[in-house]
Design a protein around this ligand. Structure first.
Ligand code: CTP
Ligand code: CA
Length: 225
């Protein structure tokens, strides 16, 4: 018996997915942000919906339309994304963290616009909660998939994140180079799970998302059989 059919594994499954960047307020008109376009997360949401999953997309600010059949919850900061995830995580079968969540936020967001005076300005930043690690540490944890964006030693650092956070799977990509990554239309991924790996070669993000959903469906089927 090979367990559940991977092609059908996601039909009717409830998936909670984060995507896009977060914005950490400095004052009412400024924020700390990052270069995430949200394209990979949105392509994943669309591919999951095509596989028959019920998808809730917790999305940071991106200029992308909501994919067909996907329920979108817009958020701005990491704290808002954290709250939106925690309010829904108990009901989901899979959690996929594709967002580029800010690791730090300004210690205190000013209520009034910061004025220029001195020749230099120091901004104090404090740690944000790690949404993915918190979900993976739950006793009733869903099948949990993380991403890892690395500029060097991609496989070793991703494998370390997989193990340290107790994930079921991690999709690693090389960023900061000439091809692929945060803002690009194409990307390549190295998918790792406890005891296995699969390389997905450079291709447009929609095709890559479809290939990644196939790997997720296979591993999810294996985990539930
Ligand atoms: N992530 C998250 N909440 C955070 C930070 C990261 O859910 N506050 C998730 C991301 O969505 C991604 C994974 O954790 O799926 C890994 O993000 P990454 O930035 O590569 O790793 P970090 O654990 O933040 O470590 P570092 O930035 O130091 O490499
Ligand atoms: Ca990080």
């Amino acid at each position: 018996d090979g367990g559940a059919d991977p092609a059908q594994a996601l039909a009717g499954a409830s998936v909670l997915l984060t995507a896009g960047p977060t914005r950490e307020a400095i004052d009412p008109v400024r924020y700390v942000g990052n270069r995430s376009s949200g394209k990979m997360g949105y392509a994943l949401a669309a591919a999951l919906a095509r596989a028959g999953a019920r998808v809730t997309l917790i999305s940071g600010p991106v200029g992308l339309p909501c994919p067909a059949g996907v329920d979108r919850v817009p958020v701005a900061s990491a704290a808002e994304m954290h709250a939106a995830v925690m309010a829904r995580v108990a009901e989901c079968d899979l959690f996929i963290a594709a967002a580029a969540v800010a690791d730090y936020r300004p210690a205190a967001a000013r209520s009034a616009k910061l004025k220029k005076h001195a020749e230099s300005l120091t901004l104090e930043l404090v740690r944000n909660p790690d949404i993915l690690a918190e979900v993976a540490a739950r006793p009733d944890k869903p099948f949990t998939v993380g991403f890892a964006a690395e500029t060097e030693a991609v496989e070793a650092q991703a494998r370390e994140k997989l193990e340290r956070k107790g994930l079921d799977m991690i999709a690693a990509n090389h960023v900061g180079g000439a091809v692929g990554g945060l803002e690009a239309d194409d990307n390549a991924l190295l998918v790792l799970w406890p005891g296995g790996r699969r390389a997905l070669v450079l291709m447009p993000k929609p095709a890559l998302a479809t290939a990644l959903v196939e790997v997720i469906a296979e591993r999810y089927a294996a985990s539930t059989s």
